[in-house]
Write a protein that binds this ligand. Structure first.
Ligand code: DHB
Ligand code: FE
Length: 279
């Protein structure tokens, strides 16, 4: 049977992708950011997933304001990196797992989460930057990926509670897939940041560190946090953190913390990263 063995959480700052692509990772500004992923690159070699359910958000690249699904699953076989205005990132195409994705769509929709099913989608920094942070710069990505897109760009975003419950439905879907697969679920985006308006540049270290702590120890209570608290305390883009609750919801209540990292700044964002395993 398929099984979720671990979850990875990470920010997806686009400038991190540019630093990798332009060979700047050893620069003084960037070195401490990438150092936080040294352990993770080794860990993922030892704990190679067959498939990643990669929960991310599109930033008006694939979905524009004409259609914005709250939750979408990509069921295609292969996805290209998106051109976000300066050409597509020089990273491999992402290969999907159509059969598992179709099973998840069926299971989760019958389980009362009405995912939008997407066949073709180009993937922006929300998905490709976490891949680069964890796997570096390989010729081909070493595993299959099912993109799960969440709207955190156009108001109203889904609640943390809904995201956490979706994680539980994804877990039931994976548990009922009849093929031996080592599955990871990743929650991406965050941590505190605001890109526009008078509060642009906002970072809230205390909020972020509490979030990491509570995500491990008491995700149920954390999932009750209203969206307005994210916006007020963690900035308008801090709402991306609800995606971490989807990944956490798919895990056991009790988890083993393998890695935790927090660093400010990277571009306009506080970078947070964690690896949790099911015991
Ligand atoms: C930045 C962070 C993001 O999450 C994003 O989507 C775009 C930009 C930034 O810090 O610059
Ligand atoms: Fe973002």
């Amino acid at each position: 049977m398929a099984k979720i063995s671990a979850s990875v959480y990470t920010s997806h700052v686009p400038a991190i992708g540019a630093a990798i692509d332009l060979g700047k990772t050893e620069q003084e500004y960037w070195q401490p950011v990438f150092a936080g992923y040294d352990y993770s690159k080794e860990w993922i070699k030892e704990n190679r997933p067959d498939v990643i359910l990669l929960v991310y958000n599109d930033h008006a690249n694939a979905f524009d304001s004409n259609f914005v699904p709250t939750f979408a699953i990509a069921t295609g076989d292969e996805f290209k990196p998106a051109d976000e205005g300066w050409g597509a990132r020089p990273v491999p195409n992402v290969k999907g797992h159509s059969r598992l994705a179709a099973h998840i769509a069926q299971s989760v929709i019958q389980d009362e989460f009405d995912l939008t099913v997407v066949n073709t989608i180009d993937l922006d920094h929300g998905l490709t930057v976490p891949m680069s942070l964890m796997f570096g710069q390989p010729e081909e990505w070493p595993c299959l990926v099912i993109p799960i897109a969440v709207n955190v760009v156009l108001y109203p975003p889904p609640s943390g509670k809904r995201c956490y419950a979706l994680g539980k439905a994804l877990r039931r879907a994976v548990d009922s897939f009849d093929e031996d697969l080592n599955v990871q679920i990743w929650g991406t985006g965050g941590m505190s940041h605001q890109l526009q308006g008078p509060r642009a540049g906002l970072i809230n270290r205390e909020f972020d560190l509490d979030f990491l702590e509570q995500l491990i120890a008491d995700p149920e209570t954390l999932s009750q946090k209203p969206h307005i608290d994210y916006v007020r305390l963690a900035g308008s883009e801090g709402i991306e953190l609800v995606m971490w609750l989807i990944a956490r919801g798919a895990m056991n209540d009790e988890v083993v913390e393998k890695h935790r990292f927090y660093h400010v700044p990277a571009s306009n964002t506080a970078v947070g990263h964690m690896i949790l395993e099911n015991s």
